[in-house]
Design a protein around this ligand. Structure first.
Ligand code: NAD
Length: 357
């Protein structure tokens, strides 16, 4: 039987702990802010060692979604879910159905989608018990967000190259991609087809080999990707690749990648600015996946409209770069301020402001 308990978490709209012993479900759903609409964000399945670890993760992730959705121009607040389980061993239809019932019990306060450990097929099972799930291909609409995310990062990279290097395309530029997985590989393809040069690094040697064969990429060790002699560093593996030690080795003039929480601490955007590096705030440049999910939920999804909205990520970033320059402030802090402005303008005006341009 599904049991739930609301946790008192200051600053969050609602945080609920769910358990279903029969199905083996232990999960937390967190809705950080619902000013612009219901909380929307993926579900992560991870074998957290302690309850507090999962709680901290879901808090951090749901808060991040509030900012991402606001600047992504979709009428949703920030939400996220974590399931305490090993996705390789513990994922069963019963567990996913129980999670679906948990989502459903919130009556639309939270919409779920993919995050690490969750596939499109898993979401199909979740959706068999709740309508509050998105991110799967349905009659040619929506589906796997990774190619969309890659396109958004590519557009963001172009905007950054325009600002920092004064060029209109990536042709002839060199990009170091750390992590050639679902997003990184597609991003490599887009850069290669535009005439850019690539250096790739991944712990998965098969992925590295594929990038070498398909795109003539050079290779480097994962720990050296940040130090590659390139124009753009693109972190597309895990978070935290820019930390106190690695930041000193960065040679690129632009950081533009798909990974969440690229900076070990948020104030490193100031260090990057001081180094003369243009940082594309991660949650702005990697928002295309959730933009697609949001459009899927609102029924606005068409391929043309999605492409238009993804391409607008470049414009949003250009606006952030301008404001950062005018206010002599780092780009991450400026993005946060802009997201808070969208939220304080309220649901309708926030959406209109973002979709009108
Ligand atoms: P993925 O798992 O398909 O790819 C990640 C790649 O990074 C894999 O090839 C993996 O082998 C490699 N990797 C992992 N640890 C590494 C390490 N220490 N050093 C080098 N390589 C390492 O994931 P993805 O969907 O491509 O997502 C990449 C990043 O972008 C993640 O941080 C994800 O949270 C973020 N992101 C993805 C999406 C999306 O639509 N998929 C959207 C927003 C953000």
């Amino acid at each position: 039987m599904l049991k739930s308990e609301v946790l008192a978490v200051e600053g969050w709209k609602k945080v609920i702990h769910f358990e279903d012993d029969t199905a083996g479900l232990k999960a937390i759903i967190a809705v950080h802010d619902a000013t612009l609409g219901p909380g929307c964000g993926g579900c992560r399945i991870f074998p957290y060692a302690r309850f507090e670890d999962g709680l901290e993760d879901v808090k951090k992730l749901s808060r991040g979604m509030t900012f991402k959705n606001a600047l992504g121009g979709i009428p949703f607040g920030g939400g996220k879910a974590v399931i305490f389980a090993d996705p390789k061993k513990d994922k069963t239809p019963a567990l996913l159905e129980a999670f679906g019932r948990a989502v459903d019990s919130l009556d639309g306060l939270y919409y779920t989608a993919e995050d690490s450990g969750v596939t499109e097929q898993d979401l199909e099972i979740v959706r068999s018990v709740t309508k509050y799930a998105a991110g799967m291909q349905n009659k040619g609409i929506g589906g796997n967000p990774s190619p969309f995310t890659a396109r958004g990062v590519w557009r963001g990279m172009q905007a950054a190259a325009r600002k920092k290097l004064g060029v209109d395309s990536l042709k002839g530029l060199k990009v170091s991609i750390l992590g050639v997985g679902a997003v990184g590989m597609e991003l490599a393809r887009l850069i290669h087809e535009e005439g850019g040069k690539l250096v790739v690094a991944d712990v998965n040697q098969a992925a590295v080999k594929e990038a070498v064969e398909r795109f003539g990429a050079e290779t480097t060790a994962p720990e050296d990707a940040i130090a590659a002699d390139v124009d753009i560093f693109s972190p597309c593996a895990l978070g935290g690749s820019i930390n106190e030690l690695s930041i000193k080795r960065l040679k690129a003039k632009i950081v533009a990648g798909a990974a969440n929480n690229q900076l070990k601490t948020p104030d490193m955007d100031q260090t990057l600015a001081d180094m003369g590096v243009l940082y594309c705030p991660d949650y702005v440049i990697n928002a295309a996946g959730v933009i697609s999910v949001g459009m899927e939920i609102t029924g606005a999804w068409t391929e043309e409209e999605l492409t238009r909205r993804i391409d607008k990520i470049g414009e949003t970033l250009s606006g952030i770069f301008e404001r950062a320059e005018n206010e002599n402030a780092p780009t991450g802090a400026v993005a946060d301020r802009m997201a808070l402005e969208v939220i304080s303008n309220g649901a309708k005006s926030g959406l209109q402001a973002n979709s009108a341009a």
